[in-house]
Ligand binder design. Sequence first.
Ligand code: URP
Ligand code: ZN
Ligand code: ZN
Length: 452
Amino acid sequence: MKILIKNSSIVTSEQSEIADVYIENGKIVKIGRELSCSSDTKIIDARNKFVIPGAIDPHVHMQLPTPAGPSSDNFVSGSRAALFGGITTIIDFVTTIRGQSITEALNERISEADQCLTNYSFHISPVEWRKSTEAEIKECLKRGFNSFKVYLAYKNSVGLNDDEFEHVLKVVGKLGGLVTIHCEDGDKVDELRNIFANEGHITPEYHAKSRPTEFEALAVKKSIDLAAKNNCPIYIVHVSSALSLQHIKKAHQKGQKVYAETCPHYLLLDDTKYIGDFVNTAAFVLSPPLRKKEDQEALWKAISDGTLKTVGTDHCPFNLEQKAAGTNDFRKIPNGAGGVEHRLALLYTYGVLENKISLNQWVDLCSTQAAKIFGLSNKGRIAVGLDADIVIWNPDFENTISVKNHHQNCNLEIFEGLKTKGQAETVIRNGEIVVEDGKINNDVSNGDLIYR
Ligand code: URP
Ligand code: ZN
Ligand code: ZN
């Protein structure tokens, strides 16, 4: 397919320029003024719109297995919602079951994802340290999966102890990979959860109360210290608090490679969402929990000054019926919420339009940095020779986020009622128009599995 985008206001992480973009065979072939084309080229007029690199979401959990059933978006429904939100590449997770080989889990996950409509890749989650783990990590790197996710929470399922964590850091550091970390002190969280539950405090509010910012910051500090000791670059996922940011800033001052991410819900929602009955509060049971207004302010400042490099969604939706597993015990509520569809519009509306970040930072946070950090070398920018993953953004479109009009497969919506401006009006993935006029094409082909 040949496509010529005319009169583009191209916005990249570094600059904005007016030019045409010519696409052929899935690649960006030419960028320049007044480009001409053959008669079999599809021409799109992008006047008064922004042309940006396809967004990359480095943190999603499609069909994540939990005791309350899998997260409610599978790779097809979740990636479809992602395309509506201007996301052309997602990075999901391979999470082994203890006792299972990483290679086997990776192969299973690859086949689960093979109908994914965005491009996709995986972080690999070791959930224990065994004799074979080093060789398995080596194999993952050889196969093009260079980032490894560890959980310091969820100790009775996927969480690692300090010894196991250090093994991962040492080996991944030595082999040139990156370790991404869910930072919450799992032992302290479990202790407090059990105290609350034993006292009869069983409502979602106590989910938040049992995971204070101090527990996140303790795990952030420990991760930074152990990463320095073991010479391993790290990426801290879903940073939610001002306290954690202080440790990250100190590490940066020392020149340590510590990347950090936050999520739209930590920027825009706060802990008052836990006040109310089960039906109205269970949707917000996610980890780390929503924080205070002061934390939100610190996070906005940190995405603007570069302390936080990316905004991932941590998309992990569950239906109300699944959340209801914890009606009488907040510890049984599956953790997570959807958001893959809303990130670009939320950050455009509440970041760019409110002068908290620039247009170029918006692109950097939602696309370019994820490509750089995770080795998606043909993505995240608009430049000749790169993959034609492009979004044409209509800044005038208005929406009110609602469970009634979202495309995520979930009957809960944590951003319900928030007004947004802007829409991924046209989405081009691998040189194919997948969303046109805000509607998805019926015969969208599958995305590519990306080896990094
Ligand atoms: O609550 C969350 N964040 N659920 C998804 C799994 C994780 O911890 O990232
Ligand atoms: Zn997490
Ligand atoms: Zn997550």
